[in-house]
Ligand binder design. Structure first.
Ligand code: APR
Length: 244
């Protein structure tokens, strides 16, 4: 791993603009199951795709809401891991590193990362179905509350399958990817679009592409492949980048 870490650190030092795309793999080291891991307990017999959709919510709002409550509690019960923290430190020390995350867990922010582009929203936010009124939801009701403004059902503030990416998140991600000289995918299977198309877009614009993942992913071409866990590779990358 040390050769590829050194190679990536050199690319980081040379790149004026860096774009990083993270997926659920970076949170795996905090104990948050990835999307392709089997689910736990009551949810074991469901695929996230069966629950994270507008149809699933409309069909059984209480059931889908309870899945999100379970996930929110799970995420709040864990801590950002050394991978999240090293990436936040890298962002503080590199002049232009843009983080795009597919994760909705908020762990990058809790690790000290300031400007996170949340491609799929954030599980700690809620909004109403009819008008998108943002709603603070205290404690953990086991049924979705109703909007205090228009009385429509309140849903989690995440992007569901079949829904479009929030406009600002999409435009900022595309702009950062187009101008990146280095694109690093961390902990993603690169199977869900449009996030999965960012690596090809970066490459089309001349970027070097890198991946940190113990397994291979659906990324078409990777110039620098670090086959390791994010919690192991990112702290090593930070040390190599800072020349310590
Ligand atoms: N460090 C780095 N990568 C890891 C680690 C780890 N410790 N553990 C697992 N991985 C890798 C796996 O090898 C896999 O390639 O993380 C990836 C996780 O892939 P997915 O579970 O498909 O998660 P992700 O790519 O984030 O899914 C994308 O799909 O379900 C939707 O909206 C959801 O944002 C999600 C999107």
């Amino acid at each position: 791993m040390s050769d590829t870490i050194r190679q990536l650190a050199e690319s980081l030092q040379q790149a004026e603009h860096v774009t990083v795309l993270t997926g659920s793999g970076i949170s795996a080291d905090s104990g948050v199951p990835t999307f392709r891991d089997p689910q736990e307990g009551l949810w074991a017999k469901y695929q996230p795709q069966d629950l994270a959709s507008p149809d699933a919510f409309l069909k059984d709002p209480d059931f889908v809401w309870q899945w999100y409550q379970w996930r929110r509690k799970k995420v709040l019960s864990v801590e950002p891991n050394p991978g999240h923290k090293a990436l936040a430190e890298l962002a503080h020390s590199h002049p232009s590193l843009t983080l795009v995350t597919q994760n909705v867990d908020g762990l990058h922010q809790r690790a000290g990362h300031e400007d996170v582009i949340e491609f799929h929203g954030n599980i700690h936010r809620n909004l109403c179905l009819d008008n998108g009124h943002m709603m603070r939801v205290e404690d953990y009701p086991d049924k979705p509350p109703r909007c205090r403004i228009c009385d429509s059902l309140v849903r989690p503030g995440v992007v569901w399958f079949g829904e479009s990416i929030p406009e600002t998140a999409l435009s900022r991600s595309l702009a950062a990817t187009r101008k990146a000289e280095l694109f690093i995918a961390i902990g993603t299977s690169a199977t869900v679009y449009p996030a999965a198309s960012l690596a090809d877009l970066a490459r089309e614009h001349g970027a070097t592409t890198a991946e940190i993942n113990p397994q291979t992913s659906d990324m078409n071409t990777v110039d620098i492949a670090i086959r390791a866990r994010a919690a192991e590779a990112l702290p090593a990358l930070l040390v190599a980048y800072q020349g310590r």
